[in-house]
Design a protein around this ligand. Structure first.
Ligand SMILES: [Fe+2]
Length: 212
C-alpha cells in the first residue's frame, strides 16, 4: 500500500509499531494512540474579533516605537506572537496598531500612536508606547489591532488592561460592564518593571489567526 493511501490513524499506528512514537511512561498501544489523537485534535481558539471603530487610518509608519521623548503617559511595552489555530507561527503577518493618547484623543490629522509592525524571525512582535487614555464613548483603555497575513483571515481586535480603573480591580466581575469589552480574554494582565530608568508596564498579547 502506498503511504499516500494510509489514513493519519494508520500512519500513527505504524509509528507506534516501529517504535517511532513511544510513551515516556508505560502505556498500552491503544492509550498511546488515543492520547496522540486527542493532542492532534486540540486547536487553539482564534483571537476574538472586535469592531474596527471610527479611528483607523491607513498608511501608518513602519516603526515599533510609538512613544516620543517626554510624552505624557505610563510607558508601555506590548508584545506577543502571531500563530494559527494549530499553534504554528504565521509568516508574513503585518500588524496595524493604533490607540488614543494620554488624554484620550486620537490623532486623526497625523500618525501619533499609530504604527505598522511585522513579527521577527521568531514570530514575535513588539511595540513601545504609552498606556492609552480614556475617552467617553469607550471608557476602557484599549489598543486597536488589524492583522493580516497570507492565507489567513484578516483580524480586527483590541487589547484591554486588567489594571484599568474601569474594571474596578475585578475584571472577572466587571468585564462586561457597559457592553464595552466583548471577551474577558481580551483583558490582559499588566506587569510592572522597575529598572535603572523610569518604571514601565508590559503586556503580552498573542494573536491567533484562522486560515482563510
Ligand atoms: Fe478606540
Amino acid at each position: 500500500m502506498n503511504s499516500e493511501n494510509l489514513s493519519r490513524r494508520e500512519i500513527v499506528e505504524k509509528c507506534i509499531v516501529r517504535g517511532l512514537l513511544v510513551a515516556a511512561v508505560p502505556m498500552s498501544q491503544t492509550n498511546l494512540l488515543a492520547l496522540w489523537q486527542k493532542g492532534e485534535n486540540q486547536a487553539i481558539r482564534p483571537t476574538p474579533p472586535e469592531v474596527l471603530g471610527p479611528f483607523y487610518k491607513k498608511g501608518a509608519p513602519d516603526t515599533p516605537v510609538l512613544r516620543g521623548p517626554g510624552d505624557p503617559g505610563f510607558p508601555l511595552h506590548v508584545s506577543g506572537r502571531v500563530c494559527n489555530t494549530r499553534g504554528d507561527l504565521v509568516e508574513g503577518a503585518r500588524i496595524d496598531v493604533w490607540h488614543a493618547d494620554y488624554y484620550g484623543k486620537y490623532d486623526v490629522q497625523g500618525y501619533r500612536y499609530r504604527a505598522k509592525v511585522s513579527p521577527d524571525a521568531r514570530g514575535e512582535y513588539a511595540v513601545e508606547t504609552i498606556m492609552p487614555g480614556h475617552y467617553p464613548d469607550r471608557p476602557a483603555q484599549h489598543i486597536h489591532y488589524l492583522i493580516s497575513a497570507p492565507g489567513h483571515k484578516t483580524l480586527v481586535t483590541q487589547v484591554y488592561f486588567a489594571t484599568d480603573p474601569y474594571f474596578e480591580g475585578n475584571p472577572d466581575r466587571n468585564c462586561h460592564k457597559g457592553g464595552i469589552v466583548q471577551n474577558r480574554e481580551s483583558i490582559r494582565p499588566v506587569m510592572l518593571y522597575e529598572g535603572s530608568g523610569a518604571p514601565r508596564a508590559a503586556v503580552a498579547f498573542d494573536i491567533v489567526l484562522e486560515k482563510a
